[in-house]
Design a protein around this ligand. Structure first.
Ligand code: F0G
Length: 458
């Protein structure tokens, strides 16, 4: 049978108008934003590829579900529906809602990390690592080396390297490792998946060392898609089955529902152990809200429950990742250096190779994101030295191997024509790459500096 190309498994019912700006307007806007795309006004953006977080388009069913919101302070019907959906699709028995992913990370870190502990993970994520550090822990990267190499074609760059994990146990002892945190479809590595073979091996390792296995499941459905495509024994399994298997071999999950589950706000901490659940309930009332809403409105919990069911649909995920690959392949054909394999939620431009004349301490990826905005009004995000921040003990900049600009595709929002315009603008910026100057800080916040930092051209 001939294979057909994918098309979106939906049609458009409502549209939001966007407008083009002039080069003069963009010049002024980016200068006012201190050359940081986080500080631009959304009105001044044409195609917004800053993030895939909270920017997806909800379905008509999700919008209809919003009307059934039960806004009771305690015991909202929508909470129970959400908890049941999480158990059905993700296997976890107990759910504590939070306002978004970092709310869950905060509670989890406070529950499990003591001063002097170490928390291994398959590459850091900005908010995840910060909450571990604020709780007294030290993050240790145990991802395979290939993840730090933008041109490696390893099919599972999100995998854990057991030699690194064993070396950590030897150095600090398993007693000082409360849990390992593994992300599915590792964001900072370029949206790269972990294999189920690696996860099963990790499960045994955790049992052997009595270390809990925590799952950052923010992009689990996208990871499941890559498993279906690349791991032989799963090619006949549905996305729903693979997602369930991934979740069921882990102990606890943190979720930013703003990504895979296609809601504008929300998150949760989920687990199977009733004693841990009790601890989480005691903390959520302090920082988020009562354990049956945790910072979410009833209507948002309903939309989330529906979003989960839509996110594991095979046609949905094929079109979703297909669109990301469509953009990535256009850039590859034009010889633009990007992270390969193409990730699940974004295409990552390699600023090191695009702007070899800018040293890393002059923030090449930050400068590239600003230049792309200037060119066409496409908004992207730095994922390099600015995002990596400073070492908590030495105060020196972390100097990551990956100095990237992320073109992040919101779910169900843009068309192929938007991807074409994006590719054209990147190609035009690349043609005049040598004109792009480095940047220096004019304001550097102490934590999570990438959000609010300001710069000027050097
Ligand atoms: N974990 C991962 C892997 C993430 O990508 C994010 C957010 C979080 C946790 C935190 O969740 O934002 O709901 O508090 N990532 C967004 C992004 C911000 O643009 O990549 P949150």
């Amino acid at each position: 049978m001939a294979t057909r190309s994918w098309a979106e498994p939906y049609k458009i019912k409502a549209v939001e108008l966007i407008k083009l700006t002039t080069p003069e307007q963009r010049k002024e806007a980016i200068r006012e934003a201190g050359y940081n795309t986080f500080l631009l006004r959304s009105e001044d953006v044409y195609i917004d590829l800053l993030t895939d977080s909270g920017v997806g388009a909800m379905s008509d069913r999700q919008w209809a579900g919003m009307m059934t919101g039960d806004e009771a302070y305690a015991g909202s019907r929508n909470f129970y529906r959400m908890q049941e959906t999480i158990e059905t699709y993700y296997s976890y028995k107990y759910t504590v809602p939070t306002h978004q992913g970092r709310g869950a990370e905060h509670i989890l870190s406070k529950m499990l990390i003591s001063d002097g502990d170490y928390v291994p993970g398959n590459m850091y994520f900005t908010t995840t690592r910060l909450h571990q550090e604020l709780a007294g822990g030290t993050f240790v990267d145990v991802i395979v080396d290939e993840a730090h190499d933008p041109v490696s074609d390893h099919p599972f760059k999100g995998n854990v390297d057991f030699a690194k994990l064993n070396a950590l146990v030897e150095k600090v002892g398993a007693d000082h490792i409360p849990y390992i945190c593994v992300a599915t479809c590792v964001n900072m590595a370029g949206g790269q998946p972990i294999s189920l073979a690696n996860l099963h091996e990790l499960r045994s390792w955790c049992d052997q060392h009595k270390v809990l296995l925590v799952h950052d499941m923010t992009r689990v459905a996208e990871n499941a898609y890559f498993i279906q495509q690349r791991e032989e024994q799963y090619k006949e399994k549905s996305i729903r089955e693979i997602v369930f298997e991934i979740c069921s071999i882990t102990d606890i999950a943190t979720m930013s529902s703003k990504k895979d589950a296609m809601v504008n706000i929300g998150g949760f901490l989920a687990m199977n152990d009733p004693a841990l659940y009790e601890q989480a309930c005691a903390l959520v009332v302090v920082y988020e809200g009562l354990h049956t809403y945790g910072g979410m409105a009833g209507r948002d919990m309903e939309a989330l429950a529906i979003g989960i069911t839509e996110s594991v649909d095979d046609d949905h995920i094929r079109a979703r990742v297909g669109q990301v690959e469509y953009l990535g392949e256009q850039l590859q054909r034009a010889g633009i250096p990007i992270v390969t394999p193409i990730g699940g939620h974004a295409v990552f431009l390699d600023a090191r190779r695009l702007l070899p004349h800018i040293p890393q301490d002059r923030f090449p990826a930050q400068a590239l994101a600003a230049a792309l905005y200037l060119e066409s009004g496409v908004r992207s995000m730095e994922r390099g030295v600015v995002s990596a921040g400073r070492d908590k003990t030495t105060g020196e900049n972390h100097m990551p191997e990956l100095e990237l600009v992320r073109l992040t595709i919101p779910r169900r929002v843009y068309t192929q024509a938007h991807m074409d315009v994006t590719a054209e603008s990147v190609i035009q910026v690349a043609e005049r790459a040598e004109e792009i100057q480095g940047l220096r800080f004019t304001y550097e916040p102490e934590v999570l500096r990438f959000f609010q930092a300001r710069f000027e051209p050097v």
